[in-house]
Design a binder for this molecule. Structure first.
Ligand code: SF4
Length: 381
């Protein structure tokens, strides 16, 4: 079944500096470059609207980079273009990523006036020494100030990102960060374990033996501590890394996990439309040049076969606490889940990693930490 496209991702690839662990497509650039990028992005948004989008959008997500690093007038231009060329549902979720310290009252007022109703702050830790060693630009006090500013500006749906498994991080240090976070009472929390990504300063230091990462058992203890603390404070864990208060699950990210289609604009952005996944040109100059020549900046397109689509539905859907229901699978693929994946499911259920009932299949909570092993079992069966 062809699922209609109701979501849009917009990539803003600018940061104040590069964090030591980061391999996202982001750059430290001048305002002149940001201005040129904004023009290119607005052109791409109009092109997409003319070709791909028909139905009103339900979710829009501004990711980065640090979208709020753009000067307010440029953010306003992008948001005006969005509203001019796209129909957006009245209760759509419009999220913007931000970093503590990258927001001021002007920026917050403008984005709110243009419909942004959810903010996601990359906090990562409340420990100043830890933040410094990650190459983050903010400190703990900046988090408090930015959070308060966002509340004052009228944002009542805020996510805070936290990281664990960091160099020299102890369970005690993480406990302190979690308790600081809980005092702020955000509506949503995302918690990620550090991964050493190739090409980053962290990868270089790790290879040279200069990074002391917590051992695996300590990392597991950290993850379990976060799960328990957030559950004790009324957050529902609805995905391996995501926790929400009632009514505040990320609707945009659920689109990804349910393997539904989405549009994407911006350098290096990835979209999924009409059974095809596409990737935009990553580097800023060639991305902007393509648009200046009135061309869509698409670098690669991959047609997703029926088998790949079914595999993706399982791999992504099993990240969700709700798992994959038989109904959803059948409606989407026109075939019973058990017919395609019956033996894999039986195998993992036998190992105690999957839970199977009359409605569908889900990862057991005790298996979240080894989720990747299960997901891999659904590929190329
Ligand atoms: S703020 Fe986010 S996107 Fe920017 S460098 Fe740091 S981790 Fe990467």
């Amino acid at each position: 079944m062809n699922v209609p496209v109701r979501s849009l991702y917009i990539h803003i690839p600018f940061c104040g500096s590069k964090c030591f662990y980061c391999d996202f497509n982001s750059y430290v650039s001048s305002e002149t470059v940001m201005e040129r990028y904004t023009d290119a992005l607005c052109k791409e948004l109009t092109m997409i609207a003319q070709t791909d989008s028909a139905l009103p959008l339900r979710t829009v997500f501004f990711g980065g980079g640090t979208p709020t690093l753009l000067p307010p007038r440029l953010l306003e231009k992008i948001l005006q273009t969005l509203h001019q060329f796209y129909s957006i549902e009245a209760d759509a979720e419009i999220t913007m990523e931000a970093n503590p310290g990258s927001v001021d009252s002007d920026t917050l007022r403008i984005i709110k006036e243009h419909g942004v109703n959810r903010l996601s702050f990359g906090v990562q830790s409340f420990d100043d020494t830890m933040l410094h060693s990650l190459g983050r630009l903010h400190d703990r006090n900046t988090v408090y100030r930015s959070f308060e500013m966002a509340r004052k500006a009228g944002f009542y749906s805020i996510n805070l990102d936290l990281m664990f498994g960091l160099p020299d991080q102890t369970l005690e240090l993480l406990e302190d960060s979690v308790s600081q976070l809980l005092m702020l009472a955000p509506e949503h929390v995302s918690v990620y374990g550090l991964k050493i990504e190739a090409g980053t300063p962290f990868a270089k230091w790790y290879d040279a033996g200069h990074l002391q990462l917590p051992p695996e058992h300590a990392e597991v203890a950290m993850y379990e501590f976060v799960q328990q603390s957030l559950a004790d404070h009324g957050y529902e864990q609805y995905e391996i890394s995501n926790f929400a208060k009632h009514g505040h699950k990320s609707r945009h990210n659920i689109v990804y996990w349910r393997n539904e289609p989405y549009l994407a604009a911006g350098a290096g952005a990835h979209g999924y439309v009409g059974g095809r996944r596409y990737a935009n040109i990553k580097r800023l100059d060639p991305y902007m040049e393509e648009l200046e020549a009135e061309k869509r900046p698409i670098e690669s397109v991959e047609s997703i076969s029926v088998e790949m689509e079914q595999e993706d539905t399982m791999m992504l859907g099993l990240r969700l606490a709700e798992g994959v229901t038989y109904d959803r699978f059948f409606t989407r693929h026109g075939v019973a889940m058990q017919e395609v994946f019956g033996s894999v499911i039986q195998d993992f259920a036998g190992k105690g990693l999957l839970e199977v009932d009359e409605s569908g299949v889900r990862l057991r909570r005790s298996a979240y930490i080894v989720g990747n092993e299960v997901f891999a079992g659904f590929i190329d069966i």
